[in-house]
Design a protein around this ligand. Sequence first.
Ligand code: SF4
Length: 360
Amino acid sequence: MAQRETSAVRSEDEPLLSVQNLQTAFFTDKEVIRAVDGVNFDIRRGETVGIVGESGSGKSVTARSIMGLVDSPGRVLEGSRIKFRGEDLTQKTEKEYRNLRGSDIAMVFQDPLTSLNPVYTVGNQIKEALRLHQNLHGAEATEEAINLLEAVGIPDASRRVKEYPHEFSGGMRQRAVIAMALACDPELLICDEPTTALDVTIQAQILELLQELQEERGLAIMFITHDMGVIAEVSDRVNVMYAGEIVESAPVEELFGNPRHPYTQGLLRSIPGNQPDADRLQTIEGDVPTPNEPAGYCRFEPRCPKAFEDCTRVHPASVAVDSDSQDHTAACLLYPEDESQREAVELHEQRESQREVSER
Ligand code: SF4
C-alpha cells in the first residue's frame, strides 16, 4: 500500500519499531509452546509491513507481544527486544505500557465487536479515547468524533455518532474501530486480520481507507493476514511466518515475483488462479506443527518437497538468498543460492552456534 516512494525515501531512517529476537512462550502443565521463536523485523514510518502465514504460525501472538497484551500462561521471554522509537518496550511497567497502548500504538482486531462496547454509543466510545489520549472534552470532543467518523468514510456522521454498535453494519463497525484507533493519534497501527470477517467489496473499501489514512497521516502499519492476495495489495515489505519463525522476508514485488522459501512457494501455488495450467488447486499437505521445543532442525521439513537429510538436524538461520539480494532473506538450508549446498549448510550451522552463544 503505502506511499511506496515515500517509504523508499525514508528507508534510511531509523526504524520506528524494531523487533529483535522476539520469543513468546506459553507455559502449560504439559508443555512449553514457543508460539513466537526468535522473530526479527523492522517497521519504518509511513511503511506497511505485512506478516502472513497460516493460522498457528504466530502472527497474532507477535502483535500481542508488541502491544504488551500476552495473557498468562504466556509471556515474552528474556532476551527479546521490542524497540519503539529506540525505547525497549520489554522494560516498561504495565502502567507505562497502558499509556503507550492506544496512544502511540493502536490495534485494530478482526472482529470489531471485540473492540466496541455494545452499551455505549459509538460516539461516546470515540470521545472516551479522545479524552484519554488528547484531553478533549464536551463539544470539542463531539466535533472531533464526528470529524473522525467522516475521515473513515461514515456518511451522515453527526447522526451516526449517537448510534450504538448494533445499528452499524459489519463494515461500518470496522470503520468505527479504525476511527477509535485514530482518536489516539497513533504512529503505529497494528491491524490483525482487520478484513477477514468482511465480504470482499467491504474488504476492498477498508484496505483503501487504510491506505488513504496512511498517506494523510504518515502512519506505520503492521498488517497481519493469512491472505496472500491481501498482503500483496497492502504491503511494502512482507514477512512470511511459519511455526513461530519468520521464514522469508523481502520487499513485496520481490517476494511475489521471486519467492525462494519452499513454504512461500507453496503458499503462492495455493492461491486460486495463480497456476492457470494446473488441473487442481495445489495445497501444502499437513498442518503447521505446534512449536513445543527449541528447533534444532527445520520446522517445515515434514511438509517440504525440497527437504534433504541435513534439514532434520540443522536449524536454518535467516540468510540473504544470494550475495546480490541482501534485502531478501530466507530461513532455509538451500540458501545462499550462490554457495554449494555443503557451504550453505555450514554457514547455517555457524550462524546457529553464534546465536546459541549470544543467548547464553
Ligand atoms: S531447510 Fe530443508 S526442509 Fe526446510 S525449507 Fe529448506 S529445503 Fe525445505
